[in-house]
Design a protein around this ligand. Sequence first.
Ligand code: FUB
Length: 307
Amino acid sequence: NKSNTFIGLIALLISFQSTSQNPLVTHMYTADPTARVFNKKLYVFPSTDIVCEEGKGENGFCMPSYNVFSTTDLTTWTDHGKIIDQTDVPWGKKDGFGMWAPDCVEKDGVYYYYYPAPPLDKSGFRRVGVATATSPEGPYTLEKDYIKGVNGIDPNVLIDDDGRAYLYFGGGKTLFVAELNEDMKSIKGTAKKIENLPEGYKEGSFMFKKDGVYYFTFPHDKSGSEEIAYATGKNPMGPFEYQGRIMERWKDGIWTNHHSILEYKKQWYIFYHHHDISKNQHLRSMRADSLFFDSKGLIKEKKATLR
Ligand code: FUB
């Protein structure tokens, strides 16, 4: 009857809300959190970790889909549910379980969601696709093909003050940048290597701009797990000058860290992930901490607040 349906609906709504600080949500595993502010709300676009069945996934990760979350107080989180599943990707392997770190930006009222996935045509480890929506919560429409000329993981987009947009992505030991065309779905020319960064494995780059300075931030593998480091410059495509560490490497059995940085309600935050609930480095949970700059605009190193 109607009252049962109403009670059921309320229960469903409550179940999608969780209240917590770190980790931010505990009803599922979430990694690689990209935080963005849209319409005065803070949205987080993470990837999803699930337990791998034998023979599935890559490097121990099984990542089949993406959810989106929002908050206005960094304590009560709403899970808006799944926005893309691997089976939706027209050009992707339907059982690749390789939906790694995504990003989402808004331009002229359209939300552009960038995600890596293993391509059906085997033309690379990961290709990067775009999906669009008129709300950050979706529904998203997926482009039929991946972005030509982009072969790598961890897409991240900066829309500069002049409206020009730049796509950053990772390819093993190298990070790349390419300017996006007006359509936000293709790049101008060929992607360029970002030089003058520390040697070694680098991925998960996140670019932001503050007081006219471009902060190019990235996880960097130094002795067995990733620390988060950064470089700064005066141009979105570089050159950048290496500045140092933002967050030290984990020492408790998890190799990855992956972050994003943004200001919300006059406070800067770093979002990142750790395996503090599962103690399994393939089942991660997203988290956030406040972040501070010194008087010269340099980032003060942040110690993660672990349980
Ligand atoms: O989550 C899968 C991969 O691990 C991401 O794409 C990397 O940045 C690292 O977090």
